[in-house]
Design a protein around this ligand. Structure first.
Ligand code: ADP
Ligand code: MG
Length: 285
């Protein structure tokens, strides 16, 4: 399966919460099939941006287009269609813990179906087969009949990805999908998103709190600081100066704490902005 080509365009988008500007005049165009990592400090506006794309919240100013249609103006069934085309994955998985895994995955089909069949809660044999196939692809089919809440975090996030795939999305938005996972599970989840991006050509836009993950998996990195885009380019262009623009410097203006860019155990060092050998974990410095 391959999705048709369409660009996601964010034009002059600003979002205010009271006096606080969370996202400030953002302009980016994301062609179909890119895997984009959004990085930045906590509070930079990353989640707000993703939530506006999915229309969980609306921009205060500006417009968002997909495939030429202004998604920031949609309502009713065209809005539901957009929210189906643009699946969302969250840090906390957002599964229904007491329902079994298979049913959780089938819930991804809900807005494909008529209200009547939703009311009767019946899924067709074909839909069940599709859900099992999605679970097999993510290597968790054996958990199909377990309550989702009994799975490990890494398994739950894979269920959430399988559920997203049931929407047959054109875009996947993932908000810190690995922030609650250990490094091994984080790798499995990121590998799955990359595989979906490469094999189906689905655009993936993911907020990431670790620089190394963004470098490893994304072909484009968008760096945000205080609601603005301060870097936009391929990982190899994200040099030390750009990292400093994104994450800022600490109080003495000299160093960036690696704690804000990575949770991996290998990152107990400091990035010295002024001296020291280049770290192999940060190729391109
Ligand atoms: N629903 C909200 N109400 C008020 N302020 C919010 C809301 N959501 C986000 N903010 C504020 O917007 C800014 C950006 O937040 P957020 O998008 O969550 O950043 P990030 O995801 O990069 O950590 C922060 O100052 C945050 O407090
Ligand atoms: Mg966030």
């Amino acid at each position: 399966m391959s999705v048709t080509s369409a660009t996601l365009e964010i034009r002059g988008v600003t979002r205010r919460f009271g006096k606080n500007t969370a996202v400030s005049d953002i302009n980016i165009a994301i062609p179909q099939g890119q895997m984009v990592g959004i990085i930045g400090r906590s509070g930079a506006g990353k989640s707000t941006l993703l939530r506006m794309i999915n229309r969980l919240i609306d921009p205060s100013q500006g417009s968002i287009f997909f495939d030429g249609a202004e998604v920031s103006q949609l309502s009713g069934s065209p809005l539901r269609r957009w929210q189906r085309d643009c699946a969302m994955i969250f840090q906390q998985f957002n599964l229904v813990p007491r329902l079994d895994v298979l049913t959780n995955v089938l819930l991804g089909k809900l807005n494909h179906r008529s209200t009547m069949s939703n009311l009767f809660g019946m899924f067709s044999r074909a839909e069940c087969a599709e859900a099992v196939a999605a679970l097999e692809r993510l290597d968790i089919a054996r958990t199909a009949l377990q309550p989702a809440g009994t799975l490990s975090g890494g398994q739950q996030q894979r269920v959430a990805i399988a559920r997203a795939m049931m929407q047959q999305p054109r875009v996947i938005l993932a908000d810190e999908p690995i922030a609650s996972l250990d490094p091994l599970n984080a790798k499995v989840v990121m590998d799955s998103l990359q595989d979906i991006n490469l094999r189906e050509g689905i655009t993936v836009v993911t907020n990431l709190h670790t620089l190394d993950t963004a470098r490893t998996y994304c072909n484009r990195i968008v760096g945000m600081a205080a609601g603005k885009v301060v870097f936009d380019g391929p990982p190899e262009e994200l040099n030390r100066e750009a990292v400093r623009l994104v994450y800022g410097a600490d109080n003495n203006g000299q160093e960036i704490s690696e704690a804000i860019t990575s949770t991996s155990v290998a990152f107990s060092r400091k990035i010295a902005a002024s001296a020291g050998p280049l770290e192999p974990a940060f190729p391109g410095y």
